[in-house]
Design a protein. Structure first.
Length: 230
C-alpha cells in the first residue's frame, strides 16, 4: 500500500449502511487513505464507516453529492503528502482495479484529470439500465462543451485527478448537477483531460436505488444548460 500513500479516495455517502463497510474494507486493501463524507444519513452509515477504518466527515443535514465531494476533497487535500485524488461511489459500483489503472496513467502521462467512461467505441453497454444509457448519452449529445473535450460519459462518478485540480476545485452544484459542473471546470481551467474505460457493477442493491426518470430529466436539463455556456 505504500505505493498509494499519496492517494486519497473521496467517497460521498448517503444512507449506505448496508454496503459501505464492505466497500471501504475492499478499497483499503489497496488504498490506505479514504475519507467518507456522511451526507446527513439517517441510518448507521457513519458507524459503519468508522468500523471499516476510513476517515469520517459528517454533514449534519443532506446537502447532496456535489457538496459531499467538495467537502471530501477539501479534507483530503489538507492531509500531509496528499498528491492524487479519486472520487469513488459508496454503493459498490466502482472497481478498485480501475482506480489503480487510472492513477498509473495520471502519474506517467501529461494529464490533470482522467474520467471514467462506460461508452468508449466498441464497449458493451447492454448491462447498463436503459434509463441511464438514455440520460447519459443525451447529456453528451446536447452539450457542445462535453463533445469538444472528447468526453463520452460526463456523469461517470469515477474520476482521478492531481493536486492542480484539487486546489482549484470549487463545486457549487450540491446535487447530481455537480458532474456537469466538473466538465465546466475542466474547460474553464484548461485542465488536461482524458478518459479511461471502466467497469460499473450494477448490483441488485445499486439498481434498486437507481436513477429515476424525473431526476434523469433534471440531469439532462442541467447538463444542457451548463454545456451550452461555451
Amino acid at each position: 500500500m505504500a505505493e498509494w500513500s499519496d492517494v486519497w479516495l473521496v467517497v460521498p455517502v448517503y444512507n449506505e449502511a448496508e454496503v459501505i463497510a464492505d466497500v471501504v474494507r475492499n478499497a483499503r486493501q489497496t488504498f490506505p487513505n479514504i475519507v467518507c463524507v456522511d451526507d446527513g444519513s439517517a441510518d448507521a452509515s457513519a458507524e459503519q464507516i468508522q468500523l471499516a477504518g476510513a476517515h469520517l466527515v459528517r454533514h449534519p443535514v443532506n446537502l447532496g453529492q456535489g457538496a459531499a465531494l467538495q467537502t471530501g476533497v477539501s479534507y483530503a487535500k489538507a492531509q500531509p503528502g496528499a498528491k492524487y485524488f479519486a472520487t469513488f461511489d459508496a454503493d459498490g459500483q466502482h472497481q478498485v482495479d480501475d482506480v489503480a489503472r487510472m492513477l498509473k496513467r495520471l502519474q506517467t502521462e501529461d494529464l490533470d484529470i482522467i474520467v471514467g467512461t462506460r461508452f468508449l467505441a466498441g464497449a458493451d453497454t447492454s448491462h447498463i439500465p436503459w434509463i441511464k444509457r438514455f440520460v447519459l448519452k443525451t447529456v453528451v449529445m446536447l452539450s457542445p462543451r462535453t463533445r469538444r473535450l472528447g468526453l463520452t460519459d460526463a456523469h461517470n462518478g469515477l474520476r482521478v485527478f492531481n493536486r492542480t485540480v484539487a486546489e482549484k476545485l470549487n463545486i457549487t452544484s450540491n446535487g447530481m448537477g455537480h458532474a456537469s459542473e466538473f466538465v465546466e471546470l475542466i474547460d474553464h481551467h484548461k485542465w488536461k483531460v482524458s478518459e479511461e474505460h471502466v467497469t460499473i457493477l450494477y448490483t441488485e442493491y445499486s439498481m434498486a436505488k437507481g436513477q429515476s426518470l424525473i431526476n434523469g430529466v433534471n440531469i439532462v436539463f442541467d447538463g444542457v444548460m451548463r454545456g451550452s455556456r461555451h
